[in-house]
Design a binder for this molecule. Structure first.
Ligand code: SAH
Ligand code: SF4
Ligand code: F3S
Length: 473
């Protein structure tokens, strides 16, 4: 038998890249590739890249430099592929800048990987003839990407991402996503449900439905009816074995009443909503082409809170957008004060080639951006710390996901995506535990299990065992 070929995939960027990496791995598993944890060890290295900010996009080149060095030191030739959003945005430029690269493949062509790799192999050591595939093909890649094996699902643990929508038609003036991922496409309901059923069969308990503009989801069901995200979430929550559903990332404009009602009606829909707002200034929001103002954002927050009082929000912010004044930035701080976030990501505006904002007047100097991001992050950190601190003494359902740092410990996630450390046996992984939160630190919570799917019987057994001990004594 020939040795299996080894594959190493490194992902940067958003959850969709994590999902795509799994689908590429599943596709190549059928070609005889097995995963390895180190690039040095691999016959094929795939860098799954992100183009969202300049720093993210530049990472691929430092990574390629490292690879070239390690190849030279080991005197070994590896096949190197660049996938993801930098591949889509820069295409053949990558081959010019980094000679180590054999193949550049955009996100809509992952189903073609086996044939592209075969072509690259056929070219052998003629590296000048690297292959570039960045078309948006007419066929739907999802129809050709094979599903994961049961073993692969089990290895990935009890939570999974499922892409339900890809691409974006919103064209915020700062953002590359509409160019790198293309127009919005929603997958049909039946395909998504098949995937979720398969995941649940393999032991998955929590699915996060992902899309660049996930609440813009509009798929068709088997009867040809148009189905929005709310209805999709309801159907996913009915799949036997699925205990929790999340979705990300949403746009405020697409938070319709049906989706808000789903937050009221579906206990499985977790009470933690990531809703990027970007800025608290109406002037800046208009220049960003966000299609919402701060008033709409406040109104949505209020409606969702009325529907699901225990909901918490997280968001994304950009500081230093071209033309942002001190007053505009003060409006952002004011919005944060008024809403109160349990978590957030904030970024300094990064000028991206080809986007309208890149050529706007009023580009701001780095020191202004730095001062603003520090002020914003300090406020957001305080809010997160206050939210976490208020969790002490609460009883949460935790999904136990993986072993902790010390023997006998497991790590799970709260409804609010906080890591929670508990003492429990590995057999309990994949079950829901009821936990009384005792300690809160910056990174995680910890607490005591008081019941749950795995423990109900055991806790009961212990109790009756103790009682019978007493009786015997
Ligand atoms: N589709 C999502 C998120 C897209 S990218 C949405 O609509 O919000 C994730 C985050 O990166 C964005 O929310 C934004 O905060 C940030 N981002 C995008 N482009 C950026 C840029 N040019 N500079 C800085 N941050 C950016
Ligand atoms: Fe980018 Fe705006 Fe689309 Fe989000 S909604 S992906 S920020 S263009
Ligand atoms: Fe980055 Fe592309 Fe995701 S640019 S954030 S990997 S959609």
């Amino acid at each position: 038998m020939t040795e299996p070929r080894k594959l190493y995939v490194r992902s940067f960027g958003c959850q969709m890249n994590v999902y795509d990496a799994q689908r590429m791995t599943d596709t190549l598993a059928r070609e005889g590739y097995v995963e390895t944890d180190t690039a040095e060890d691999a016959d094929l290295v795939i860098l799954n890249t992100c183009h969202i900010r300049e720093k993210a996009a530049e990472k691929v080149y430092s990574e390629l430099g490292r690879l070239r060095k390690s190849q030279e030191e080991a005197g070994r030739r590896q096949m190197v592929a660049v996938a993801g959003c930098v591949a889509q945005a820069e295409g053949a430029e990558i081959l010019k800048r980094a000679r180590t690269v054999d193949l550049v493949v955009g996100p809509q062509s992952y189903h073609k990987l086996p044939e592209l790799i075969a072509q690259a192999e056929a070219r052998g050591s003629n590296r000048r003839a690297g292959i570039v595939e960045t078309e948006f093909p007419v066929e739907d890649k999802f129809d050709f990407l094979p599903p994961p094996s049961r073993a692969a699902i089990a290895k990935r643990g009890p939570t999974a991402f499922v892409t339900v929508q890809e691409g974006c038609d919103k064209f915020c003036t700062f953002c590359v996503v509409p160019y790198t991922r293309g127009a919005e496409v929603s997958r049909p309901v039946a395909k998504i449900l098949d995937e979720v059923i398969r995941l649940a069969d393999g032991g998955v308990r929590e699915v996060t439905l992902i899309g660049q503009n996930v609440n813009g989801y509009h798929g068709v069901d088997a009867g040809g009816r148009d189905v929005g995200l709310a209805e999709l979430v309801r159907r996913v929550a009915q799949v036997p074995g699925i205990a929790r559903v999340r979705y990300t990332t949403s746009h405020p404009r697409d938070m319709d009443d049906d989706l808000i009602a789903a937050h009221r009606d579906l206990p499985a829909l977790m009470p933690y909503l990531h809703l990027p707002v970007q800025s608290g200034s109406n002037r800046v929001l208009a220049a960003m082409n966000r299609r919402h103002d701060r008033e709409l954002f406040f109104a949505i927050v209020e409606k969702v809170r009325a529907a699901r009082p225990d909901i918490a929000f997280s968001s994304d912010f950009i500081v230093g957008f071209p033309g942002e004044t001190d007053e505009d930035f003060a409006d952002t701080l004011d919005l944060v004060e008024k809403v109160g976030f349990a978590g957030a990501f904030s970024f300094k505006y990064s000028s991206r080639p080809g986007t309208p904002a890149a050529s706007m007047d009023g580009q701001l100097p780095e020191d202004v951006k730095s001062a603003r991001i520090h002020a914003l992050q300090a406020l957001l950190d305080r809010q997160k710390a206050a939210f976490d601190a208020a969790c002490r003494g609460r009883r949460f359902e935790i999904l136990l996901e993986k072993p902790g740092r010390f023997p006998g410990q497991l790590i799970g996630r709260s409804p609010y995506l906080q890591s929670v450390v508990v003492e429990a046996p590995v057999e309990a992984i994949g079950t829901l535990a009821l936990v009384d939160v005792r300690e809160v630190s910056t990174k995680s919570l910890s607490g005591d299990i008081v019941g749950g799917e795995f423990f109900a019987d055991n806790v009961g057994m212990n109790r009756s065992a103790r009682q019978s001990e007493k009786v015997e004594a």
